[in-house]
Design a protein around this ligand. Structure first.
Ligand SMILES: Cc1cc2nc3c(=O)[nH]c(=O)nc-3n(C[C@H](O)[C@H](O)[C@H](O)COP(=O)(O)OP(=O)(O)OC[C@H]3O[C@@H](n4cnc5c(N)ncnc54)[C@H](O)[C@@H]3O)c2cc1C
Length: 396
């Protein structure tokens, strides 16, 4: 069975839904989204920390720096307009060890240049905000960080799109290209005039059907979380983050107070064997071997990757995680922590020519198709602003 549309979008995560919303608001009709799962949010968009980042960390000139502040503001407006849960609780960034203190100044510079509000605070001010945080000399306060419920946002976007005439076909997987303007899917062929690839962990695969993005390979990293037991959740008032290693794309183990009051510790960023391996080794496939091989090659040739991967892998051990977490919250003890099933996968793009992790979103346009590659954190926060750039690039 063949059907047709004007703009075909693959993936109903936040990137695909936000792109559809932007195009629909600009008056475009005939938008169809296909999603291989039966609902939205089965992958990264529904499995993240639920933090609206404030734009502190990102290098000037990056897409992350360009869209985080505006994206966070637009997402907050969306939550208010739809009556969705939004907790504007802010966060503090605390050097887990004295040798990281100087990086606070670099973070402050990055925040200033991105137009993000932040303030270097002293110990007294830090302890007023987070009485149980490590009593360090200086920390960075981000008043605009907030937490949301990502699944609630996805459902609200889906409802808005469907009532404005966008078609969303769930249980429909893109499987290849037939000619230049026809997509083969598990529910039949779909012809299109324009195409957006927002397939998250599989965006590189979809791109390869168009002959695009051949220099990239995907490495999945698993983000697992622990939780403070309910009786000790008061140890954290809002969000406490470490000063991250600015050379890698992960923010380090942190404390996040969710909209429901649970305090999560994590996520880790442990090399995973599959793009959707949420349990232990439950997504083993022919690709697992290639992923392992890619990890092995990077371990050999890229010292930054080696350092990051070896640091992260140790966090499988609760004791190591605890030690790191104690750098931020010294009163923490093993009995304060419990396991959670919460887990997400970060599909991290590697530029295989340089063997370096790509630390920004990548947009590749090829004629009538546009490919959103490497929509890594904070792509959820950036989504409503970044969608403007996606639409401009597609329509240029
Ligand atoms: C552990 C973790 C914590 C994070 N924390 C934060 C945070 O606090 N704040 C923040 O801003 N960001 C955070 N992020 C990042 C953020 O969640 C992602 O960047 C964002 O959700 C990516 O959205 P996406 O729509 O591009 O991908 P996805 O949400 O993965 O959506 C892609 C969709 O495409 C579908 N798909 C794939 N292949 C096909 C196909 N062939 N045919 C049809 N459909 C297909 C998938 O099923 C999926 O639903 C976090 C990520 C992780 C993993």
């Amino acid at each position: 069975m063949e059907s047709g549309c004007e703009i075909l979008i693959v993936g109903a995560g936040i990137t695909g839904l936000a792109a559809a919303r932007e195009l629909s608001r600009r008056g475009y009709k005939g938008i169809t989204i296909i999603e291989k799962e039966e609902s939205t949010g089965a992958h990264a968009s529904g499995r993240n920390s639920g933090v609206l980042h404030a734009g502190i960390y990102y290098a000037s000139g990056s897409n992350k720096a360009a869209y985080c502040v505006k994206g966070g503001r637009l997402m907050k407006e969306f939550c208010r307009e739809k009556g969705l849960t939004l907790v504007e609780n802010g966060k503090v960034i605390v050097p887990g060890s004295p040798d990281k203190d100087y990086l606070l100044d670099e973070l402050k510079l990055r925040a200033d240049s991105a137009g993000a509000r932040s303030e270097i605070i002293d110990r007294r001010e830090l302890l007023k905000l987070e009485p149980h945080a490590a009593p360090v000399e200086r920390a960075l306060h981000s008043p605009d960080t907030a937490v949301i419920d990502p699944k609630e946002i996805l459902v609200a976007l889906r409802n808005e799109l469907e009532s404005s005439g966008v078609t969303i076909k769930f249980g429909t997987a893109f499987s290849g290209l037939k000619g230049s303007q026809t997509a083969a899917t598990s529910s039949g062929d779909i012809t299109f005039s324009k195409f957006i690839n927002a397939a998250g962990a599989y965006a590189d695969r979809v791109a390869s059907a168009f002959g695009v993005g051949g220099q990239y390979k995907t490495l999945p990293f698993k983000g697992t979380y622990k939780k403070l037991i309910k009786e000790r959740a008061w140890l954290v008032k809002a969000n406490i983050y470490p000063v991250p290693d600015l050379g890698n794309p992960f923010l380090g183990v942190h404390f996040t107070k969710s909209v429901h009051g649970d305090v999560y510790i994590g996520p880790t960023a442990i090399p995973a064997f599959g793009r959707e391996e949420y349990g232990v080794l439950d997504d083993l496939s022919a690709e697992s071997f290639s992923i392992l091989l890619r990890d092995g090659i990077l371990l050999l040739v890229n010292p930054d990757f080696r350092r990051a991967a070896l640091t992260e892998i140790k966090k499988y051990s609760t004791d190591v995680l605890l030690k790191e977490a104690r750098g931020l919250l010294p009163e923490l003890s093993k009995s304060d922590i419990e396991d959670t099933p919460k887990c997400g996968i970060r599909p991290q793009l590697v530029d295989w020519r340089t063997k370096k992790l790509v630390n920004d979103f990548v947009l590749v346009r090829d004629g009538d198709s546009l490919h959103v590659l490497n929509a890594i954190s904070p792509a959820f926060t950036c989504s409503l602003a970044f969608a403007g750039h996606v639409a401009d690039t597609l329509l240029a």
